[in-house]
Design a protein around this ligand. Structure first.
Ligand code: NAD
Length: 477
């Protein structure tokens, strides 16, 4: 059932004879497969193949590019069950979530296929009668992208979609912890007829691969999704070589629950959002500021739902929350819980790892959490829901905006006036009012402050792979 792990370079599949690493199933900690690592020669081959692929792809009409990309998206949909199974095996999330992720990823590819046909420029009136001033949008060239393990289909889809839709070639280094999904996706592009070299897929020691690819003069654009420290490191490297970059980094999403809502209904929405992918989502709701008038009702319902969630292997159809994706996350949860408890927080549900097989951690609702606790300040990236009280609008805005993160923020209110005021006040790249869904193929996705810069999704996500060329032409010399 699991994918054969290979790299895809210059239209060829590479595996044997290379050193590599084991890929584990987080539900069991069993080995799923052996992942080959790229040698420097493989990376050189990926670079020169991408350079050649780019020359072909940029000259392919946007119409024909769209045809191939849409075919790849269709193949992903046809294989959704198989790809979702691979995804769950290597990442842990429930099969229902994995199916949605694969289908949304196909939607992203399709959306960029179409949007690439609308990479319009403009004409600026000249100052002379025979002058034509044209602004043209051209692909930036070869891009290198680095994707993490929490959305093994979705993050590659955003980068593949944006790059290929714009006419760029891409070298993708997908996560070594969840490589099978990216391999299965690359097979769809191959079978859809993508010219060789346009998409290359490599794996390795992340730092070695990025430090090899980013300085190469062939690479013109970097896109990274992952943690803030790694993002800063790659941004520095990109700056040293004057490469354009998109940085989708961490978040610590505040959720403000005003007193004019049905607190129990909001708690149900909060729980569904919080425990999705066991909380390993960069736009996850992570700090719950609840008006003191509805606080007890909200946390009571939230904890009740958390206690009743069924944990298990994501492939079991009645599982509602899978394991954490790796052992590091369980250790991180234990540390955050220990720190919060030591500072006086109470566990209304969960608070500990579950079982002795795989990487399970209980859905955890914390109350009375002091605001200097680590969980209120460091991105938890797990199923922890610290809840605190507020009474005053300006005070809660200050607390919600108080961290260095600025990815997603949410508020729940029954008042249109409060909704507008809070949306205007939150210092965040994305704001959800009365729901938690701020990520669609056609909408811009990106952060401010240390959460990064640039966007994926929406026309902004295509623009990230385009350069502007100005052509000024006067009659005949
Ligand atoms: P990490 O910081 O080591 O790695 C984060 C990601 O960056 C991984 O996918 C990793 O393969 C990649 N990476 C690491 N060093 C790299 C390098 N030099 N060049 C290129 N890629 C590199 O830690 P981790 O344990 O994997 O995750 C920890 C934290 O990362 C989480 O707590 C979370 O805050 C953040 N994270 C964020 C996202 C996101 O969607 N923004 C995704 C995954 C992880």
């Amino acid at each position: 059932m699991y994918e054969k792990l290979e790299m895809y370079v210059d239209g060829k599949w590479l595996d044997g004879g290379r050193s590599g690493e084991d890929v584990l199933n987080p539900a069991t900690a069993q080995v799923l497969g052996k992942l080959p690592h790229a040698t420097p020669e493989d990376l050189d081959a990926a670079l020169s193949s991408a350079a050649k692929g780019y020359e072909i792809w940029r000259k392919t009409s946007a119409y024909d590019r769209a045809r191939i990309m849409k075919k790849a998206a269709d193949l992903m949909r046809q294989r959704a069950e198989a790809i979702a199974t691979i995804l769950t095996m290597e990442q842990g999330k429930t099969i229902a979530e994995a199916r949605i992720e694969v289908n949304v990823s196909a939607d992203i590819i399709e959306w960029y296929a179409e949007e690439g046909r609308r990479a319009y420029g403009r004409i600026i009136p000249g100052r002379m009668p025979n002058q034509r001033q044209m602004v043209m949008k051209e692909p930036i060239g070869v891009a290198a992208a680095f994707t993490p393990w929490n959305f093994p289909a979705l993050t590659p889809a955003r980068k593949i979609g944006g790059a290929l839709g714009a006419g760029c070639a891409l070298i993708l280094k997908a996560s070594e912890e969840t490589p099978g999904t990216a391999v299965a996706m690359a097979r769809c592009f191959e079978e859809a007829g993508l010219p060789k070299g346009v998409l290359n897929l490599v794996f390795g020691v992340p730092a070695k691969v990025s430090e090899y690819l980013i300085p190469s003069p062939i690479v013109r654009k970097i896109s990274f999704t992952g943690s803030i420290p790694v993002g800063k490191h790659l941004a520095r490297l990109a700056a040293d070589h004057m490469k354009r970059s998109t940085m989708e980094l961490g978040g610590h999403g505040p959720v403000i629950v005003f007193d004019d809502v049905d607190a129990e209904k909001v708690a149900a929405v909060a729980a569904a959002g919080k425990f999705r992918n066991a909380g390993q989502v960069c736009i996850s709701p992570t700090r719950f500021f609840v008006h003191e008038k509805v606080y007890d009702k909200f946390v009571g319902k939230f904890a009740e739902i958390a206690k009743n969630l069924k944990l298990g292997n994501g492939l079991d159809k009645d599982t509602q929350m899978g394991p954490m994706a790796n052992a590091r996350r369980v250790d991180a949860m234990e540390k955050l819980v220990a720190d919060a408890s030591a500072r006086g927080a109470k566990m209304a549900s969960g608070g500990q790892r579950v079982g002795n097989q795989g990487y399970f951690f209980a859905p955890t609702v914390m109350t009375d959490v002091p605001e200097d606790a680590d969980v209120m300040n460091k991105e938890p990236f797990g199923p922890l829901a610290p809840c605190v009280r507020f009474t005053d609008f300006n005070d809660v805005v200050k607390r919600a905006n108080g961290l260095e993160f600025g990815l997603a923020a949410y508020a729940f209110t029954g008042s249109a006036q409060t909704a507008a005021a809070i949306a205007d006040s939150l210092d965040s790249g994305m704001v959800g009012i009365n729901h938690l869904g701020v990520s669609l193929p056609e909408t811009p996705f990106g952060g401010v402050k240390e959460s990064g810069y640039g966007h994926e999704g929406g026309i902004e996500g295509l623009d990230a792979y385009l350069v502007t060329k100005f052509v000024s032409q006067i009659g005949v010399a």
